[in-house]
Each structure stands twice: as C-alpha cells, then as structure tokens.
Write a protein that binds this ligand. Structure first.
Ligand code: ADP
Ligand code: MG
Length: 641
C-alpha cells in the first residue's frame, strides 16, 4: 500500500468511528428523543456530523469545486459532492438527524476508490515484475577487473562480460564461455536455453551459470530489451473501441443523469402543487433525486475496462506475446482469417543444402560464390548458404551488392558478376536456366552472365506449425492461408503437410500485399485478418493487415516495428494463445459493461420510484465496482488458456 493509500485508510477508519459514535449519540441526546435528560440542539448535531464528513470527503469536495471552476462540471466528484451536500441540507431542514447517510455515502465511495487504486497499483506492479527485464548496467573489462557502465554508453562491437545471475544488457554474440539463459520474461519459455561461443543472445535474458563474454551487435537503444520496454510502455496509449465507447458514454451519461435528477426533484412536486387538493412533497422528491445521483456514478465502467485491457496485455506479455495496444487485443478476438508467410514463420528458415546440380565448377566453389554474394543479406536463405559454406567470409572480395526482394541477389565477387536467386531473377537477367526436378527451393547461380548450375536447398517446418494451424481452426478461425515467394512445388508440398486451407506461391513482396488486400475485402465488418510474418521483405503486409503479427526472435527490427503483435519465441502456437487471451479479455470487458449497466439502470429506476434509498444506492455502486475490478484482474491469468 502506498503512503497516500494508507492515509486514506486512516481517514476512512476515523470517519467511520466518529460516524457510529454520533449515530448512537443521536439516539440518546437528539432534540426529539424520548426522556428528559440532557439534549443537544439540532444545529450542534449538524456541526458535529460535519467533522467526519469533511475528514472523509474533503478531497472530493475540493475536486468537485475545481471541476466546476475549470468548466468540467459533470464528473463523479461532482455527483458525490452534490448528493451528499444535498442529503445533509435535507436532513438539516427536516430536523431528523439523518446526517449519517451523507457521511456513509462518502465513506463507501472513498472505500471503493481506495480498493480500486490498490487493485490498479497491485496489478501494475505484477505486470511490472513480469516485465522486469530492464538491465541496470553492463560490465566491461577494465584493468584489473570489471567496470560497471550504463548500457546506453556501450558502443557496438564492445566485449561485455555477463556473470551468473545477471541480465544480458545488450544484444550480441557469445565469444567466450558457456552457459544457460533464462528467457522466461521475454518468451514465456521456461526451459533454459544453452548457449556457447558463436551463439546470438538477446538482451533481457538472465545468465544462469557460466560467465559469458559477449560482443555487442547493437546499441542499447536498438537492443531487444529497449524495443520491448518501449512497446509495453506505449501499449496503453492505443485505445480500443470499448474504451472509446466508455469515454464517450461518460461524456453524455453524466450530464444526462444530472438533468434527470433535477427534473425528478422539480417536476413531480410541481405537478402535485398544481393539482388541487394535493400537498407537494418537495423533500421526498429532492431526496429521491439525490439518491438517483449517487446511483448514477459510472465508476465501475470507467475503471474496470481499461484495467481489463491492461491486465490482458500484461498477461500476454508474460507469455512472450507482446501486444502493442488494446485496439489490437480487441481486433485479435475477432480474427477470422490468418495469413502466414512461409519462410521463417511456418518453417524454421534454416535451409540445408541437399544438392548442387548442373554445375561446371566444383560444388564448394559454387557455394563459396553464393555465400560471398549473400554475405550482406539477412534473408534466411542467405544465412543458410553462408552456414553451408562454413568458412570465414572475406567481405573485401564482394562489392556492388544488390538485393532484389523476392528474387535474389546480384553482386560482384572477385571481379565477377554473380547472380544467385530464383527463376524470376534469371529471367530478369535474360539467362537460360535449367529446371530442377527435385522438390526444394532452388537457387540458380549465374557467373558473368553464364548459367552456372543451381543449389537445391530445403527447409523444415517448425515443430508447432501443424498443431497451430489445427488449433486455429478449432478456435473460430475460418480460413488459414500460406503466402510465399517460393516455387509452387515446395509451397504445395509444405501446405499439404501442414494442413493449410489455401496456398499461393511465386509471389513477389508486392503481390503479397495485393493478395492480403483481396482477402481483406472478403472479410465482413466484424471479421479481422491477421498476417503472420518474419518481416524480412513482408513489413508492408504486416502494416496492411488488421493485425500484423511478427516473429520477434528471428524477425527483423523492421518487423517488430511494423507489427502490432510480436511473438518473442517465434512459436506459431502462440497465435492461438494470443487469440484465446484476447477472447478472455474481451469477454471480461463485456461482462463488466453488462453487469454495470443492468445494475445501474435497475437501481436508477428503483431510486426514482423511491424504493431504493441512498444506502442501497451506494452499496450498489461500490459493490458493482468491486466486482468489476476483481473480474478485470482475471484477465491477467492466461497461463493455462
Ligand atoms: P517467403 O515468401 O517464403 O518468405 P521470400 O519472398 O523472402 O520468400 O523469397 C521468395 C523467393 O525469392 C525465395 O524462395 C528465393 O527463391 C528468392 N530469394 C529471395 N531472397 C533471396 C536471396 N537473398 N538469395 C537467393 N534467393 C532469394
Ligand atoms: Mg519471408
């Protein structure tokens, strides 16, 4: 509990005790009570009751007053202030000592507020702890020991030392040492990951046992941990439709309620006054109008809906699913079509060379040309060819690199013009190529304008792909589609193995946008399309889809930037999980909206008819709020979805 909250609690306790004492005192010493002992006059009771009233509610009165001065009249503070001041005035004029009610209304309202701020603080803290990945320092080797420096001061290529128990502060490559890393805060994956020299590691993971020497490959600001924190911090600024609805609702609702209350206080007694023989009951109707105001307070909705989204996003974050805003969480719950990129998304993106055909040169030489030409690309194919080549690459031998998205690479290697890519690239260069009869991705090679054979490579599906596609269909997704720039043979083979509904192959990156637009136009108003990719040449599609989902570990920075949802561990099964989390969260939001509105309107009617008094009103208000907040916090629990 914060200091402010403790202070509030003390105020509530003192106020409650005083209220009870005065209540009992009034039974014995009130002006109109029986017996002829000591009696206190009404104005004294009024003044005495003001003490607990101000102790408990002075801040509400101040806020209401400030609101009026600033022209923002109709808020909860105003409702509470008007209702309680009114109740005290009625009690004073009627001389019935019913001041308890006004104090009690303030008391309950403040208790509700306290509970709410406590719950919000606690869940914020929980989420904060989940996302506790911010590194405080980086160790660099200095004379005779280690020096701790601010991670943002470390430049690319620095060797940093990560000791057991420390967080990896900056993305990099392990140069020395062996260890296991705990990545649970980043990916939700609880099994530690073993790393050794040569492995890439991401910041935010925790080093468990060995000492690692890491060469940084990024600056701190560009490292995974900074990107993630940025995302999480900005998530709440993107509002969902439900949240917008509530702000709009409150804007019209509160004034409407205030004017209804005014009408309730004036019209019925006026009518009674006009009708001959009827006595106008002013106080009865004023009291009903005040009760009406207390009931109308919309706090359950105003607080619980943002809190539900906040909890949902936090829970997802803990599972390694970063959702960039409540609007995307809301859209996810309506996902009907999921479009996948193939390489790196449904497949591992790690190609094995399965053959080199029709070549005049030695296999190794062809591979070397390919690896050299590909030395600067981040495409999974390039990385795989470099790995197959297996030797250190001398970048000085390569110049004039030109990557043609969806086709391949052209570069000058040792003064020769080398092209490595698919049939489209060969066609573009006017080079006859030989078709390959095997199933696999084919990299045609041309050297100085002459066809030099092709390298057959093949990729394997990710473990979770098939399961993910099946689970998506079981969870309300109507259609799954795979889009790829690869050839038809490879695409349809993979599609039938994985069980995708539709597959389109031989697509250039631009064609993918067009295809996604086609699917988008087939979607109804409440049907959303998600595109899942690794961001390597599909960033435009990620942006175009209703929900762009990127693979965070393997994906490029561009993807993480362009995407709305980032899967930290690249596991396609997490898409299903994300959808389930969103459905649960939205379910809670709707439950809260319905619960609050139904109870509110029921109480409003009862209050207007004089059946509900102010006690019931405040119980209903605080009660609904507490239930709604507790319900909202449920959105945080998503582990077993
Ligand atoms: P996907 O849709 O499977 O992610 P891309 O659009 O990235 O595939 O690439 C489509 C095709 O273009 C690849 O299958 C490959 O034939 C060719 N290609 C793309 N980039 C490269 C590259 N760097 N080197 C060789 N071939 C490439
Ligand atoms: Mg791709």
């Amino acid at each position: 509990m914060s200091k402010k909250q403790k202070k509030m609690l003390i105020r509530i306790i003192i106020g409650a005790v005083l209220m009870v004492v005065l209540y009992i005192g009034y039974r014995f010493f009130g002006e109109e009570t029986e017996g002829d002992g000591f009696k206190l006059h009404e104005p004294f009771w009024f003044l005495l009751y003001l003490i607990p009233y101000f102790i408990v509610g002075y801040d509400i009165l101040i806020k209401a007053f400030k609101g009026i001065i600033n022209g923002q009249v109709f808020d909860e503070n105003f409702l509470m202030a008007i209702a309680t001041v009114g109740a005290i005035a009625v009690a004073f004029i009627q001389k019935n000592g019913d001041y308890t009610e006004a104090v009690a209304v303030m008391l309950f309202y403040q208790t509700g507020e306290l509970f709410q701020s406590y719950a919000v603080r606690k869940s914020r803290k929980n989420i904060g702890a989940l996302m506790d990945i911010r590194p405080d320092y980086a160790n660099i080797e200095a004379e005779g020991g280690l020096e701790q420096v601010d991670p943002s001061e470390v430049s690319i290529g620095t060797i940093i030392v990560v000791q057991p128990g420390e967080k990896v502060p900056i993305d990099g490559i392990v140069r020395e040492g062996q260890s296991s890393l705990n990545t649970v805060a980043l990916t939700g994956e609880s099994a530690p990951r073993d790393v050794a020299a040569g492995d890439e590691i991401i910041s935010g993971s925790i080093n468990l046992n060995g000492v690692l020497k890491v060469e940084t490959t990024k600056e701190f600001g560009e490292s995974t941990v900074s990107k993630i924190l940025e995302l999480v911090e900005n998530a709440s600024s993107r509002k969902s439709k439900s949240e917008e609805f509530i702000s709009k609702f409150a804007k019209y609702y509160t004034p409407a309620v205030c004017f209804s209350a005014l009408a309730l206080a004036i019209i019925p007694p006026l009518v009674q006054w006009i009708i001959p023989g009827m006595e106008p009951q002013w106080f009865t109707w004023i009291y009903r109008a005040l009760t009406f105001l207390v009931i109308s307070c919309p706090c359950a909705l105003v607080i619980s809906i943002p809190l539900s989204f906040f909890a949902g996003i936090g829970g997802a974050g803990h599972e390694g699913i970063l959702i960039k805003g409540s609007n995307f969480l809301e859209a996810l719950s309506k996902t009907k079509v999921v479009v996948f990129d193939k390489t790196g998304t449904l497949t591992k993106g790690v190609f094995e060379v399965s053959g080199v055909h029709h070549n005049e040169l030695e296999n190794e030489e062809i591979l070397e040309y390919a690896a050299l030409a590909e030395c600067a690309s981040s495409h999974p194919i390039s990385k795989s060819l470099q790995a197959a080549h297996g030797k250190e690459i001398d970048r000085n031998r390569v110049s004039d690199i030109d990557e043609i998205s969806g086709e391949g690479i052209r570069a000058r290697v040792d003064g020769k013009d080398v092209a490595a890519g698919n049939a489209k690239l060969m066609k573009r260069l006017g080079i006859e190529h030989i078709e390959c009869h095997h199933v696999g991705t084919v990299i045609h090679m041309a050297i100085d304008g002459e066809y030099a054979g092709h390298i057959l490579i093949s990729d394997v599906e990710k473990e979770g792909s098939k399961e993910a596609l099946k689970a998506l269909k079981e969870n309300g997704v109507n259609k799954t589609v795979m889009l790829t720039g690869d050839i038809e043979k490879v695409a349809s083979d993979m599609a039938s193995r994985l069980g995708v509904d539709e597959v389109v192959s031989d697509l250039l990156p631009g064609d993918k946008v067009a295809k996604v637009e086609e699917y988008l136009s087939g979607c109804g108003k409440n049907e959303k399309l998600a595109f899942v990719g690794d961001g390597i040449n599909d960033a435009p599609v990620l942006t175009r889809a209703d929900i762009g989902i990127a693979m965070g570990a393997m994906g490029s920075d561009a993807a993480i930037e362009a995407a709305d949802v980032v899967l930290m561990d690249d596991d396609p099964r997490k898409i299903v999980k994300a959808i389930k989390i969103s459905r649960k969260c939205l379910g809670i939001v709707y439950q809260n909206i319905v619960l609050a509105l139904v109870i509110k309107f029921a109480c409003l009617i009862l209050g207007a008819l004089g059946i509900a008094n102010m006690w019931l009103a405040i119980f209903a208000d605080v009660g609904v709020m507490v239930i709604a907040v507790l319900n909202a916090i449920r959105a945080l629990r998503v582990k077993n979805l």
